[in-house]
Design a protein around this ligand. Structure first.
Ligand SMILES: Cc1ncc(COP(=O)(O)O)c(C=O)c1O
Ligand SMILES: N[C@@H](CCCC[NH3+])C(=O)O
Length: 481
């Protein structure tokens, strides 16, 4: 059984105690939906055998189950649409490109009816060059560049759908850029509500001692809150159309209560603004952050539950403040991309290491793979826990406690802290790490000048390359000698 840290493990699934994974058939969470163990013991995803894929494409390799990713987007869209429609309210989803964006993914998400949320010139350009309707693209950032703003305000017929303002100085900045270009900017204001949610301090963004957004709470009694001050400043600039308020409370959230609390705070400020100015902004964006299952036995945040609970919270808060129910939007990333992806590695050196007297284990098996912290920084950055299995074969060898480590020159280069692997794991074995579809490739680095792996999509027996594998020649091409 996988031992973990940093995540709430749900009830154990004993069938996972088998070394090398489950018996033949669907693998289930945390693996992509179409993952099956075939009769020969190897795993296929999207009807593509992982050993054949590795032989054709090399490893390390990010693999995306296109069907799973699309179905996750569609399921969330349907759950949200139904839950909000019950209250006569509209809802829109924006896929958070930071989780993983390339042109094909931008097109998939558009085809599934989602807009795209971006956070940089690179993400914005990728979404637009994929042909996504500019009106359905958003831009975030606490320090947007002139180039980002100019593209955002001029893309399509009348600029992108929304620029999310993040500070008081940005109000005049964006208004001045819009005035210079002779256009209007559709903006939202990112607020912080004091609601603290998410898997790790670095991915929890609704609390107030961090760089994003403006607080809805006054610094001193009787003063306007920083958020209200910025909202009044926005309304004072004719170049800006204020669409609404934005709140993102964190990431890898497994309890919907945080969204409920944040929605109530945001609706309160919306009502306060309406009372002061007569302007009731039409929209509220409640961000992303829906948590997923990283380990066998963990439970992901159910789309229907989050949809029903947030819809009810928004409707109740609107009633309590005597305001009309707003249009609502969300920006999920991880819950769409994460579980649909895995990383495929080849095992190299295997080394048993005796642990000091008094340790929890007498010995740990260090299993080195051909990637590491360069393609998955999350364990080192957040202490994130992952699950791994051999996917080229099953084994009847007894399970041993293993640690999957990368090939970087860093002892913290750990991809899976603790996992049971068959004792006969050896060089050449194919190993997959689950739920790397979000924040894997998108946070990858070339540390130690290791080129970043490519990304392929698999679906119905077809392999579609999405992002080319980098080569050492690519890295050298950046080196000016
Ligand atoms: C503003 C904003 N929106 C959306 C997201 C996507 O979050 P997640 O991938 O957890 O759904 C993030 C990242 O945490 C974010 O900062
Ligand atoms: N990169 C983070 C989440 C995104 C935080 C952005 N606000 C992670 O891997 O979990």
């Amino acid at each position: 059984m996988t031992a973990t840290s940093g995540h709430d493990a749900g009830p154990a699934d004993d069938s996972r105690d088998l070394p090398g994974g489950l018996p033949d058939g669907p693998l289930g969470l945390p693996w992509p939906r179409t993952a099956v163990r075939r009769a020969d013991g190897s795993v296929a995803v999207g009807d593509v055998g992982l050993p054949e894929l590795a032989a054709a494409q090399g490893t390390p390799l990010y693999v995306v189950d296109e069907r799973d990713m699309r179905e996750r987007a569609a399921a969330l869209r349907d759950a949200m649409t139904t839950a909000f429609a019950e209250h006569g309210a509209e809802v829109e989803l924006f896929y958070a490109g930071k989780a993983f964006l390339c042109r094909a993914v931008a097109r998939w998400m558009s085809q599934e009816g989602l807009g795209i949320d971006t956070a940089s010139l690179g993400e914005l350009t990728t979404a637009l060059s994929a042909g996504v309707d500019a009106a359905r693209v958003g831009l975030h950032g606490n320090n947007k560049s002139d180039e980002e703003l100019e593209l955002a305000l001029t893309a399509g017929d009348k600029g992108i759908g929304r620029v999310v303002l993040d500070s008081l100085v940005e109000v005049d900045r964006v208004a001045d850029v819009a005035a210079g270009l002779g256009v209007r900017a559709r903006v939202m204001l990112r607020v912080t509500t004091g609601v603290h949610a998410g898997g790790h301090e670095y991915i929890s963004t609704g609390h107030e001692d961090q760089k994003f957004g403006l607080s809805v709470h006054p610094a001193r009694p009787g003063e306007d809150s920083p958020a209200l001050t910025a909202l009044l400043a926005i309304l004072a600039r004719p170049e800006l159309d204020l669409l609404g308020l934005h709140s993102h409370i964190g990431s890898q959230i497994l309890d919907p209560a945080g969204f409920d609390a944040a929605a109530r705070e945001v609706l309160r400020v919306r009502a306060e603004l309406a009372e002061r100015t007569g302007v009731l902004v039409p929209e509220v964006d409640l961000g992303g952050g829906f948590g997923v299952a990283y380990l066998p036995g963990e439970v992901e945040l159910d789309p229907e539950r989050i949809a029903k609970e947030t819809a009810a919270a928004v409707v109740e808060a609107a009633a309590e403040t005597g305001t009309a129910v707003p249009r609502v939007s969300f920006e999920p990333g991880r819950s769409i991309a994460g579980p649909a992806g895995l990383t495929l590695y080849t095992v190299g050196t295997v080394k048993p290491v005796r642990l000091p007297e008094g340790s929890e284990l007498a010995e740990r098996l260090y299993v080195s793979i051909d990637g590491g912290m360069g393609d998955n920084i999350r364990p080192a950055l957040y202490g994130a826990a992952y699950h791994a299995e051999l996917v080229g074969r099953t084994s009847s060898a007894p399970p041993v406690r293993a640690r999957v480590v990368g090939k970087h020159c860093e002892s913290g280069d750990i991809v899976v802290h603790d996992v049971d692997l068959p004792a006969d794991v050896h060089a050449g074995d194919l190993l997959a790490v689950a739920v790397t579809g979000a924040y894997g490739r998108s946070m990858a680095s070339t540390y130690n000048l290791l080129p970043r792996p490519g990304v392929v999509a698999v679906r119905d027996g077809e392999v579609t390359p999405l992002v080319r594998r980098e080569s050492v020649a690519d890295l050298l091409a950046l080196d000016l000698g």
